[in-house]
Design a protein around this ligand. Sequence first.
Ligand code: NAP
Length: 321
Amino acid sequence: MIQKLNIGVMGCASIAERSMIPAIQAVPGVKLVAVASRSIKKAEQFAEKFNCKPIEGYEALLEQSDIDAVYMPLPTGLHHEWIIRSLEAHKHVLAEKSIASNYSSAVQMVELAKNKQLMLMENYMFQYHSQHRFVLDLLKKQAIGDVRIFRADFAFPPLPENNFRYDDQVGGGALMDCAGYTVRAVHFIMGDTFRVKAAHLFMDAKSGTNIYGAAFLDNGNGVSAQVGFGMDHFYKCSYEIWGSKGIITAHRAYTPRPDYSPLVTLEKQDGKHEFQRHPDNHFIGSVNEFVRAISEKDFSKHYHDILLQSKTLEDIRTLSA
Ligand SMILES: NC(=O)c1ccc[n+]([C@@H]2O[C@H](COP(=O)([O-])OP(=O)(O)OC[C@H]3O[C@@H](n4cnc5c(N)ncnc54)[C@H](OP(=O)(O)O)[C@@H]3O)[C@@H](O)[C@H]2O)c1
């Protein structure tokens, strides 16, 4: 059992400021020690706000001997280099999604983490929101009979043109940014056996990256899944499980704020039942899981999830070519 996990943040990202640093600071047994940025000015602003040490440059963060783990909210295209360097510096890593630009990168990162007996986790925090336990419980109770099809969607309207999500050089694109949620939802809710059978990615000529797409998966045992994702859409953030006797829908599946009560509906022959679930802070849930897995040296599920996730995203890219 570790006494205290000292964390350093690599990159003064918006997700770190809004959600993840407050979560890190809310979890007992974890201490935010330092924040690193390419710009010392930015690091100082974060450090003042969160009462920790400012550091200029990511390499300098890894030289800090009092840091056990790195939280990495860098764009996906920078993950490979900095995850490998963090693991080499003997730090556990919690990396933002998508953790890997391709499957071969995921394999290399996981192999190194395994060899060094370090935690490597991809931050799909929605999995730690209690609304999904409610859904899984309904499924267990056969509330909708036998599942026939699972549908997951995550998309949002266009972002400012200079957002890194339009830059393929740093791992942009809707496949890395949006499809990941839907693919993780398929495996998390329905199980690991789903594989991609068909896929489509729309390439935007202006930005040179993919800005939306869809895919069809099946589990080889009569259940299929459809995923839709994009960065040029009306906002959608849901999944639906359609069974022989009803439909369950999680309406705000991936991004409920900590003060938001997400709606889960159950439609049956006798009508539509609405369950306004209680608010939950899945950012804290994710940090708790990171700490638990390190304390118990329980790394293998996370290694497995990273490999399955990156292989599935790569299959979507390959099949859509
Ligand atoms: N899990 C979630 O719910 C969730 C939600 C939103 C975002 N994310 C993920 O978190 C990561 C960051 O997203 P964000 O929206 O917070 O982005 P952001 O505000 O643009 O932050 C990205 C940070 O990466 C660093 N960086 C280094 N090189 C960069 C480059 N060439 N271009 C852009 N940034 C560079 C910058 O930090 P310095 O300038 O300080 O070095 C920047 O602040 C992404 O991987 C995204 O997918 C996850």
